[in-house]
Each structure stands twice: as C-alpha cells, then as structure tokens.
Unconditional design. Sequence first.
Length: 238
Amino acid sequence: MHLARGVYDVFLDGGTSIPSAHEVSDMELSTFPLHARRVRPLTVLVLALLLSTVAAAGPAGAASLTPPPPSFERCHSAGVQTICEGNVVFGGGIEGAGIICGSGPDAFEVFDHSDKVLEHAARWYDADGNLTRRMIKDTWLGSEWTNPLTGKAVSYRQTIVVTDVLAIPGDTGSARETTTGVVNFIIPGKGAFVQDVGRTVFNFDGTLESQAGSHVFVDYFVNGDTTALDPICSVLAG
C-alpha cells in the first residue's frame, strides 16, 4: 500500500521517459493522500520498471495540451474537449514503509512489497487545451507488508480510484482530489481484518475536506492514532 504521492509530476504532467525508482512516486499512480497527506498503506511506490511496453505518445495535438499527457495515453477529440486515456503496468519492489511497530528494543520498521500495479488513467482538457479533470484507477497485485526481522508477512489487496478536479484549468496545484476504493489486509485466521474503505476528499492545499467510511490510514497518518495499525503490527511481530 502506498502512503503518499506528490502531485503527479512525471507521466502525469507530461513525462515521456521510463522513470527511476525515486521518480515513480510522482507518476500518475494513485494513493490515498495527494501532496504529503494522501494515505495508502504501502509507502514509497518503489515501482521501478514498466512491465509492459509504454504506448507511443499521443497524436500531434497532444503537444499543445497543458500539462501534456503521459506517453502511454492516447488522445482524441470529443466535441470541444480533448480526452486522453491509456493503460500501463508498473513493476513492483520492496522498500521501508515509514511505519514503526512497537517501541524500544522491540521496535521494527514495516517493509512494503508489491508485485505489480495495473493502472488505467484518463484526463480531460477544455477547448483551450488546459487540463480540467483527471482520473486514475490502480489495482495492486501480489502485495504485502513484511517484518524483515521475523520474516512474517501480511498480504493486502488494494483498488482505488483518484479523481482530481482543477479549479484553475491547467494548474495541477489547484486540484481538489476525491479518492474512493478499498484496501483489505488479510490477517491469518481472521480474513480481511483491517480495512480502509470509502471516500476521502482533499482540498488543493492538502487539508482533509471530508471523509466517509473506515480510514485506518487517515487515522494513523493524518490524525496521529498510532494504534490504528496494531492488529497488523501484532502479526508481523511474530
């Protein structure tokens, strides 16, 4: 699960080259928080390799769009609008999640591992070629949290849809972001015991505007409730 991604700068805002590991968190990959507040269980998005061939850049008109679409999206006219969309698969990896379980000599950092992420992305531009809305749907496959000290692991399933509506067309910094979806952690013997499900809405400045449903990651990362992930920590501690 991934904690936070910045304001999608690489593919999202027109990058065309295959990213390095540290750049992936800025791609059109979704997570619960946008700026530094978005919350998703896995952290840093260490998705270094594309498992599928990235499609050729969109039609020539895409060059006049602000910001330009990522290279895997194809664009077409729809009335006065331009709509760009595409699919891509990101390879996974493993990295520290920035989550500390326990305290004192028994404390350990949780590591986040994902096999791959399937992404469908779309964006809409107005008659002037300025971005007005974008949507990203991500599905994580083969993902788990691990404790490298004990070898214990807790698998999870995550599917989320992130929609950004720009108050100022073309200005990604003015986006109001709505995230819907579900994250299920599979606790041995208990099934999908820890869930993050429902909807969150973040304003352009990163403040939480509203939420509905159960959001253990908002509780942990935004509200500072360090007990929210105790069921997972207990399993990983062994």
